[in-house]
Write a protein that binds this ligand. Structure first.
Ligand code: ZN
Ligand code: MN
Length: 506
């Protein structure tokens, strides 16, 4: 069998985080409690009534520009909206307002982090458009019915088209993960796939190694999770190879991914652009941007995930894995850096402290929230976490005591220092109290002492337990060992005379 090259290009539709829809004043948030029911978030414009006039949502344009710049695209100084005509019940007007030959931005790139480095994937274009209504197909007693919910019609969408630079299902998923992360970092989209706020279609083709021309491609739709994208591509690539190996030809068509059956299924032959009879939208003015406007948007961009990851490794001495975990969601990175800032406000900057905070965030704090992005909602804020770590650093409590306190502090939001004081959790560092507990342990365990002095050094360890028990586990263990050693040294000298060497070390 010949070797094959896989070529994948991805088209992402992301819902923009705006208050209102793309061309009318209806709310754009149509999930959950926002809508009282189907068809409640509508108006004559998004219902497609004749004679209504759309107006462009300025926030959607701002978010589109932000995305385009984060993806290193060139913003078109002049772009326009077009009508994409097709007849389907999810389109109220009989056309979708989109952008065709003059999109908002073109020619960018995205560096996709991969295990062995990174892969640059070109971005062909970023354009703005409106979402369609949602259709619900059901089977009722009298037969199949299709219901229509117009709430989603007119919600602002951004379409991001990658170049065919992706060569495997792994790379495709890594691209989507990084793209979604960027959109979330810059506040352009929630990226929520289950709610359909981040949807992806994949163009896939294969060709024998050595062949220059791309093979015939299929377009895969209906993948509702990263896992579905991976599975669909892992199915489609060998399917196309098998068609070619069997002497057949891949048909250019749209195929739907069936998650239950784990196959892609032919849906319809691919339409060409001329099928849509694109023409300029006469009711909307073109979009024009000056270099000053574009630079203002660029200046307001937050630090992007890759840059932040690298800066955090350098600034805090974090491992790459830890930096990956901390920068995966921006709220986690924000929380962590706020905790570092709070810790440094109360003492000199120390790499151990920054790493200790990282460990608490990764291993303890993230366990307290179902979704990492919710870390900012925890009553245990960054300043309180810094205080908890300071208590460990000062030797007031042990690290395991601190970790045990996290679930409770996470919910109560109480100050760690107050909780430790109120509960009497502080370790006993008062040497007087420890001297007495050690003396009592020695007096109560003559056998262990005799064994130890007879050369069985491990016997001394059995004296530590009674001291810890006598102090309710709150004794500082290093201090106990040091005091015990002093006492045993003294006993050894008594027994052997003053010129004898000390007892063996514990
Ligand atoms: Zn409306
Ligand atoms: Mn589109």
């Amino acid at each position: 069998m010949a070797e094959y090259l896989t070529t994948i290009g991805l088209e992402v539709h992301a819902q923009l985080r705006t208050a209102s829809k793309m061309f009318c004043g209806c709310p754009a948030e149509t999930h959950g409690a926002a809508a009282a029911g189907p068809n409640t978030l509508t108006c004559p414009i998004c219902l497609g009534m004749p004679g209504t006039l759309p107006t462009v949502n300025a926030q959607a344009i701002e978010l589109g520009l932000r995305t385009a710049l984060a993806l290193h695209c060139t913003i078109s100084p002049f772009s326009k909206f077009d009508r994409k005509n097709y007849h389907y019940p999810d389109l109220m007007k009989g056309y979708q307002i989109s952008q065709y030959d003059l999109p908002l931005a073109t020619d960018g790139w995205l560096d996709v982090p991969l295990a062995g480095g990174s892969q640059r994937v070109g971005i062909i274009r970023v354009h703005l458009e409106e979402d369609t209504a949602r259709l619900l197909h059901r089977t009722e007693a009298e037969g199949p019915v299709s219901l229509i919910d117009v709430n989603r019609a007119g919600v602002p969408l951004m379409e991001i088209v990658s170049a065919p630079d992706i060569t495997s299902p792994d790379e495709a998923v890594a691209y989507l993960v990084e793209l979604r992360r960027i959109l979330q970092y810059i506040g352009a989209s929630t990226g929520n796939m289950e709610e359909g706020s981040f949807r992806c279609d994949a163009n896939v083709s294969v060709r024998p190694l050595g062949q220059q021309a791309y093979g015939t491609r299929t377009e895969i739709k209906n993948m509702n999770s990263f896992r579905a994208v991976r599975r669909a591509l892992e199915y489609e690539v060998p399917r196309q190879i098998a068609v070619i190996e069997g002497g057949g030809r891949v048909v250019q068509e749209t195929r739907g991914w069936s998650d239950e059956r784990a196959v892609t299924v032919s849906q319809r032959s691919k339409e060409e652009a001329h099928d849509y009879r694109y023409f300029p939208e006469p009711d909307l003015p073109p979009l024009t941007f000056t270099p000053v406007q574009i630079e203002a948007v660029r200046d307001a961009l937050p630090e992007l995930p890759t840059a932040r990851r690298e800066r955090m490794v350098a600034a805090y001495g974090l491992s790459r894995d830890d930096a990956d975990l901390l920068t995966d969601a921006r709220p986690v990175a924000d929380y962590y850096e706020a905790a570092v800032a709070a810790a440094q406000a109360s003492g000199p900057a120390q790499p151990e402290r920054a790493r200790s905070l990282a460990n608490f965030v990764i291993h303890d704090l993230l366990k307290q929230v179902p979704d990492p992005a919710q870390i900012s909602t925890l009553p245990l804020g960054p300043a309180n976490l810094a205080e908890l770590v300071a208590l460990v650093e000062e030797g007031v409590i042990t690290i395991s005591q601190a970790r045990a306190l996290v679930p409770e502090l996470a919910q109560s939001g109480d100050h760690p220092r107050q909780v430790v004081a109120a509960r009497g959790l502080a370790q006993i560092r008062d040497t007087g109290a420890l001297e007495q507990a050690v003396a009592e342990a020695i007096a109560a365990n003559p056998k262990a002492v005799a064994d130890y002095l007879g050369g069985k050094t491990s016997a001394a360890k059995s004296l530590i337990g009674p001291v810890m028990r006598a102090t309710g586990g709150k004794a500082n263990s290093q201090l106990v060992q040091a005091i015990l050693q002093t006492h045993l040294d003294a006993l050894a000298r008594q027994r052997a005379g003053d010129d004898a060497p000390g007892a063996p070390a514990l």
